[in-house]
Design a protein around this ligand. Structure first.
Ligand SMILES: C[S@@+](CC[C@H](N)C(=O)[O-])C[C@H]1O[C@@H](n2cnc3c(N)ncnc32)[C@H](O)[C@@H]1O
Length: 264
């Protein structure tokens, strides 16, 4: 058997079907919009992402799963048109509000899902999908990003398959199978005839700045799809017996995947 025989899009879907993580919907993300708007735009993650982008010759950008505009707004002053897409109305509103506050009339935020029809959207020089590629059909998503870009595509996807350190999941008595990580994307792109540049971004995970146990438990519950009373008590035990600075577990590790359509 050779690698050509492997359908990596199908493998990704099969892997995703084996995970027990509850699929997030737009309302789940609505609940995170205010918190992300307050932090994500000034985060070291956003700086790391932007520092890896090349905007040479670019005037327009599409940001898919834009959240509060973490990437689109960070580079908007260097572009003439920025469009953010997100299925969460609160994220869309957060991006609009930030753009308005900054007087950026050339920024639009649209409520639109990965799975929706994008045929009315213009092709943009740069297309970005930052931390937003946990979708049911990644092969279709990558094809959409590629089709929508005139010059370059930049995305980040999870390395290692866990949004919460497996040690914390074990501490609460869960065995959470991994999510499909970035290696599927690299292989799917390879099958599309694309040989992407690969880099990595490490940043603090979102448990790191929890203010107290209630906040910590709330953040863990969001990620694992709720906590029972028993799991909350086990988590409290972990929190109490783990030194501050270690409770949040390993940092987040993102693969930064980039490719060009036309060298500039
Ligand atoms: C982790 S946040 C990332 C936000 C921003 N791109 C960033 O890096 O800070 C994931 C975003 O993807 C959006 N999202 C998730 N699934 C989506 C879908 N199927 N269609 C559109 N947006 C989606 C969520 O609403 C959320 O705003």
């Amino acid at each position: 058997m050779t690698i050509e025989a492997i359908d990596f899009g199908r493998l990704y879907r099969d892997h995703l079907a084996m995970t027990t993580r509850a699929r997030k919907n737009a309302a789940d993300w609505d609940a995170r919009a205010a918190g992300m708007a307050a932090k994500a735009l000034r985060s070291s993650y956003a700086q790391e992402f932007v520092s890896r982008m090349d905007l040479c010759g670019a005037s327009s950008l599409l940001d898919v799963g834009c959240g509060p505009g973490t990437i689109g707004l960070a580079v908007a002053h260097r572009l003439q048109q920025v469009i953010g897409l997100d299925y969460s109305p609160a994220m869309v509103e957060a991006m609009r509000a930030k753009a308005h506050e900054a007087g950026m009339g050339h920024v639009q935020a649209l409520q639109r899902a990965w799975e929706d029809d994008w045929s009315d959207l213009p092709q943009c020089d740069i297309v970005v999908a930052s931390r937003s590629t946990t979708v049911p059909d990644i092969a279709a998503a990558l094809a959409k990003l590629h089709a929508q870009a005139r010059q370059r595509v930049y995305l980040t996807h999870l390395v290692g398959g866990h949004f919460i350190d497996p040690r914390i999941q074990e501490a609460i008595g869960r065995r959470v199978p991994s999510m499909p990580d970035y290696i599927y994307l690299v292989n799917i792109l390879h099958r599309m005839g694309i040989h992407p540049r690969l880099d990595y971004i490490r940043n603090e995970n979102r448990l790191a700045d929890a203010t107290d146990f209630a906040d910590f438990a709330c953040r863990v519950a969001w990620s694992v799809g709720g906590l029972s009373d028993d799991e909350t008590e086990r988590l409290r035990d972990w929190y109490t017996h783990t030194p501050a600075g270690e409770r949040e577990g390993a940092p987040m590790h993102w693969a930064f995947i980039a490719w060009e359509k036309v060298p500039c």
